[in-house]
Design a protein around this ligand. Structure first.
Ligand SMILES: Cc1cc2nc3c(=O)[nH]c(=O)nc-3n(C[C@H](O)[C@H](O)[C@H](O)COP(=O)(O)OP(=O)(O)OC[C@H]3O[C@@H](n4cnc5c(N)ncnc54)[C@H](O)[C@@H]3O)c2cc1C
Length: 380
């Protein structure tokens, strides 16, 4: 057992940190206020290998490990959780689904453009009436000769309005329950597909979240991803990996909030001394630093097991559950340590506090993570 990162991993952390601080840091509030995902950042992310973190070099990817993926997402989230969310959705959901379940022709067609950052990826599972109970989706795909016709709509889709490629789950045989769901890959702009309402969000505002509507949207039969009827089962495997990414995002966000609180506690003086001299403040800092370390270890362990090719359903959910909940606490304490200044936009505290709520909701709520863990424990 060796808990130390390798020299290459330390260099990677430093490179992503420097990039995030230089290229993202100065614009965080501007992008948040305008709810604008900076498409101009995409080539820069790609140049650093962040548009294709875990994908093969034959597609132009960086072929990094799951542990290294965590380092990248963590460092982006430390500076801007919204950009980290977009990078995680692009890599960990859309591109990952195609890499895991696409055939050679589909991978050759879609992966290079995604990995080179020419287009952003979107992944559509959730619907207005089917969130945690995703298998109750209504969107359908009906076979018509050499085509599939998609009808329905997907809600809360990251890059729903700006994504160039989308993976979408739809019912192909309603009589078969979750075994009647299949996944498809299509280009944005396919006739019959359009972006619906763009959400006006509490946090993660620089990451686009939109509805996607399908009205008799015809795609070639070759756009079926994986086997017919396996879409939902494949989705659960994508989420096993995706949740490690959200755990890493939570760790990075918590780290950013903790560092902001530590800095402020040393600078702010009350009763003739820095507030960091008060034990009440010190305990908050100590508890957060400890919880962040614990969350990081759980997250890296899940990633390490994934790198060894093991199934990580339980470990991914444990990491996501714990890291997201300690991140909420870290962001809350960050505001508290800033006092009134935590409530205004001149300091980073309020943005961490708004962004953090997504991590206990996206890619399965905390309640659903507990349900997944309990099922694993009970052998169900
Ligand atoms: C910013 C953002 C980005 C997103 N990006 C994507 C994306 O790219 N692609 C995508 O497909 N989806 C995306 N989502 C959707 C997200 O995954 C869902 O919001 C999430 O899974 C919860 O579904 P819901 O919102 O319908 O909540 P619901 O399922 O309606 O849950 C409401 C409450 O009930 C609880 N609950 C539900 N079922 C149970 C149960 N069995 N036991 C106990 N409690 C339960 C939940 O935990 C929650 O507290 C995104 C959401 C947001 C906010």
């Amino acid at each position: 057992m060796d808990f130390r990162p390798t020299e290459e991993q330390e260099l990677l952390r430093r490179a992503v940190r420097e990039f995030a601080e230089a290229e993202i840091g100065p614009h965080v509030m501007e992008w948040d206020e305008s709810q604008h995902f900076p498409m101009e950042l995409l080539p820069k992310l790609a140049a650093l290998g962040l548009a294709g973190i875990q994908f093969g070099e034959e597609y132009g990817g960086s072929a990094m490990s799951a542990v290294e993926y965590c380092i990248c997402i963590e460092e982006l989230a430390r500076v801007c959780p919204a950009i980290a969310l977009s990078v995680a959705a692009h890599n960990g959901l859309c591109t990952s689904h195609i890499a895991m379940f696409g055939n050679e022709a589909q991978k050759a067609e879609f992966l290079p453009r995604l990995v080179r950052g020419e287009v952003l990826g979107a992944w559509g599972l959730t619907e207005a009436g089917a969130g945690s109970d995703a298998a109750s989706m209504r969107t359908s795909a009906t076979r018509q000769g050499q085509c599939w016709a998609l009808n329905g709509s997907k809600s809360f889709i990251t890059h729903g309005s700006i994504g160039g490629v989308m993976v979408v789950m739809a019912v192909t045989d309603r009589g078969k329950g979750h075994r009647g769901i299949s996944s498809f890959v299509l280009e944005h702009g396919t006739p019959g597909m359009r972006a619906g309402k763009k959400e006006n969000k509490l946090g993660m505002r620089a990451s686009d979240t939109s509805e996607v509507v399908f009205e008799d949207c015809r795609i070639p039969a070759t756009r079926l991803l994986g086997e017919e009827g396996q879409g939902f089962i494949n989705t659960l495997q994508v989420l096993d990996a995706g949740r490690i990414g959200i755990a890493a995002l939570s760790v990075g966000l918590a780290q950013g909030a903790y560092e902001a609180a530590l800095k402020y506690a040393k600078e702010r003086r009350q009763f003739g001394q820095p507030i960091a001299a008060f034990q009440a403040i010190q305990w908050k800092l100590a508890d957060n630093a400890t919880r962040i370390e614990a969350a990081r270890l759980l997250t890296y362990r899940a990633a390490y097991l994934k790198d060894r090719g093991e199934r990580t359903t339980r470990e991914s959910s444990m990491a996501k559950l714990f890291a997201s909940e300690i991140a909420v606490k870290a962001a809350d304490d960050c505001v508290q340590i800033h006092g009134g200044y935590g409530f205004v936009k001149d300091y980073p505290a309020e943005k961490y506090f708004r962004d953090v709520k997504l991590v206990t909701i996206g890619e399965g709520t905390s309640e659903i993570q507990r349900l997944v863990i309990a099922r694993q424990l009970l052998g169900q």
